[in-house]
Design a protein around this ligand. Structure first.
Ligand code: PEP
Ligand code: MN
Length: 352
């Protein structure tokens, strides 16, 4: 349920209403929108009469029920206003959200050694990326494949951040590692395979770093939104949703089916920013560019692209990784689309 306040409502009155709602056993969350203040109420609101709530104050414009099963994640909960996720990095604040330049996250699938991660950080920064990605803990289909260097790779990511000024995003797979990963990362990634790992979602929801939540490969859009709801319900509303391809019936030419329709669909259902990962989406380096361009044209707020100094020798996901040169060229091409839709920053990082 949301309580929409009239424009110009006095702060004192808002505080009084908050206290009264608490007396009703509710936990109001004040959301300051561009034009209006909204108070979100979740919990046991089924038996509450919206008309009765409305009578609390003449400054209340409207009391509306959020009909969707995902409450805090829904667009209704913010009275139709999209939210943004602002992430501090050494180069300045980077904003993910509608009406902001597309944020490009780039880097290798896995952090392999210090030299390659620092070299990649510098190369992707020079090409215009704002974040460096790199897995320390890797979810691999086979237990015999490279599993990532774990904790020691977090230190290497920190060194790459120092060397480049880029923000760092890396995946956490285990609840036991959340504190450690959050200590190093500027954004914590929950991967496709863990999208419905509910203890993990609760744990990343209970810490402060923004969360990059990837859609499970067999998850519906509602499944993704309910997974996000776990994180928001636990107290963290800085969530970026990421489409990375789903399983359909034809995997002969592409690794997954990149569902770009999620962009307009999610935009109509949730206030959260939307990212697209075309690298895992198609799994073939030469198909990544066209899908990245399409994602920007369709309104994506962010892109995640795998880049490796020598894809042929990569310890994971080489076939879908761009070379430095390929990535720099791709960024040039993306800038044309980004500028056409008014969402491209000349400088890689947006300060302020
Ligand atoms: C990754 O980002 O390297 C990764 C493993 O992604 P996903 O969870 O989408 O497979
Ligand atoms: Mn990968």
């Amino acid at each position: 349920m949301i309580v929409v306040m009239k424009v110009g409502s006095p702060e004192q009155e808002i505080q009084r209403i908050e206290t009264e709602l608490q007396d009703w056993g509710l936990t109001p969350e004040k959301i300051i929108g561009k034009h209006k203040i909204v108070m979100g109420l979740v919990g046991d609101t089924a038996s509450l009469d919206p008309l009765l709530l409305q009578e609390i104050s003449p400054w209340i414009e409207n009391v509306l029920r959020v009909e969707k099963p995902y409450k805090k994640t829904s667009l209704e909960y913010r009275n139709g206003e999209h939210s943004k996720v602002v992430v501090p990095t050494p180069n300045g604040d980077v904003t993910f959200g509608v009406n902001h330049p597309v944020v490009v996250i780039a880097g290798p699938c896995s952090v392999e050694n210090e030299g390659m991660i620092i070299e990649t950080a510098k190369a992707v920064k020079a090409a215009g990326a704002s974040f460096l990605r790199g897995g320390a803990f890797k979810p691999r289909t086979s237990p015999y494949s490279f599993q990532g260097h774990g904790e020691s790779a977090l230190e290497l990511l920190a060194a790459a951040r120092d060397a480049s000024g880029l923000g760092i995003i890396t995946e956490v797979m285990d609840t036991a590692d959340v504190d450690k990963v959050a200590e190093f990362a500027d954004i914590v990634q929950v991967g496709a395979r863990n999208m419905q790992n509910f203890p993990l979602l609760k744990k990343v929801g209970a810490q402060d770093k923004p969360v990059f939540l990837k859609r499970g490969m067999s998850a519906t859009i509602d499944d993704l939104l309910m997974a996000a709801e776990y994180i928001l319900a636990a107290g963290n509303s800085n969530v970026i949703l990421c489409e990375r391809g789903i399983r359909t019936f034809d995997s002969q030419y592409v690794r997954n089916t990149l569902d770009l329709a999620v962009i307009p669909v999610l935009r109509s259902l949730t206030h959260l920013p939307i990212a697209i990962d075309p690298s895992h989406g198609v799994g073939v380096a030469k198909f990544v560019g066209p899908m990245a361009k399409a994602a920007i044209a369709a309104g994506a707020d962010s892109l995640m692209i795998e880049v490796h100094p020598n894809p042929a020798k990569a310890l994971s996901d080489g076939p879908q990784s761009q070379t430095f040169e390929g990535f720099a060229n791709l960024m040039q091409e993306l800038s044309v689309i980004g500028k056409a839709v008014g969402r491209w920053s000349e400088s890689p990082v947006i300060v302020g």
